[in-house]
Design a protein around this ligand. Structure first.
Ligand code: FES
Ligand code: FES
Length: 157
């Protein structure tokens, strides 16, 4: 079926099968490879994208269900002024190593902050429960997230 998608602010059409997963459509049709496939069962957060500002696991979300909603991938977020702040915080605190989890982490943190749910360390830990990282040990991610939450002054680092 022909489905119109609102993807990173663009209205695009795609011929979709009802069973196609959003992750496959983003990666294979639109070559948006920032969302990663890892666990494939909605556990790791590597495939996170935003649907109407809410983080969802694209590995478990039917692409046709995105019709009528606003989709944002890391590629779209990277075009915004806000992204520079996130990039700087992650870079300053070495909050990534291989980077595989990073797009999902950044989008989840953006959603949390937009929702006002990034105020405390407990918020951050709770909010990132669905985003797994094999490399960093999480400490540096928490520090970067606290900075994005406004809880860490740059000069304290
Ligand atoms: S690949 Fe989707 S949650 Fe892990
Ligand atoms: S930086 Fe490698 S998985 Fe998180």
């Amino acid at each position: 079926m022909d489905v119109e998608l609102n993807l990173n602010g663009e209205h695009l059409h795609a011929e979709l099968e009802p069973h196609e997963l959003l992750l496959d459509v983003l990666r294979d049709r639109f070559r948006l490879t920032g969302a990663k496939r890892s666990c494939d069962v909605q556990v790791c957060g590597a495939c996170t994208v935003l649907v109407d500002g809410e983080p969802v696991s694209a590995c478990s979300y039917l692409a046709v269900d995105a019709r009528g909603h606003e989709l944002m991938t890391i590629e779209g977020f990277a075009q915004t002024e806000e992204f520079a702040e996130f990039e700087a915080a992650f870079s300053r605190h070495a909050a990534l190593q291989c980077g595989f989890c990073t797009p999902g982490m950044l989008l989840t943190l953006k959603a949390l902050r937009d929702a006002g749910e990034l105020a405390t360390e407990e918020d951050i830990r709770h909010g990132l429960e669905g985003n797994l990282c094999r490399c960093t040990g999480y400490g540096s991610i928490l520090v970067a997230a606290r900075e994005l939450a406004g809880a860490v002054e740059e000069q304290d680092q």
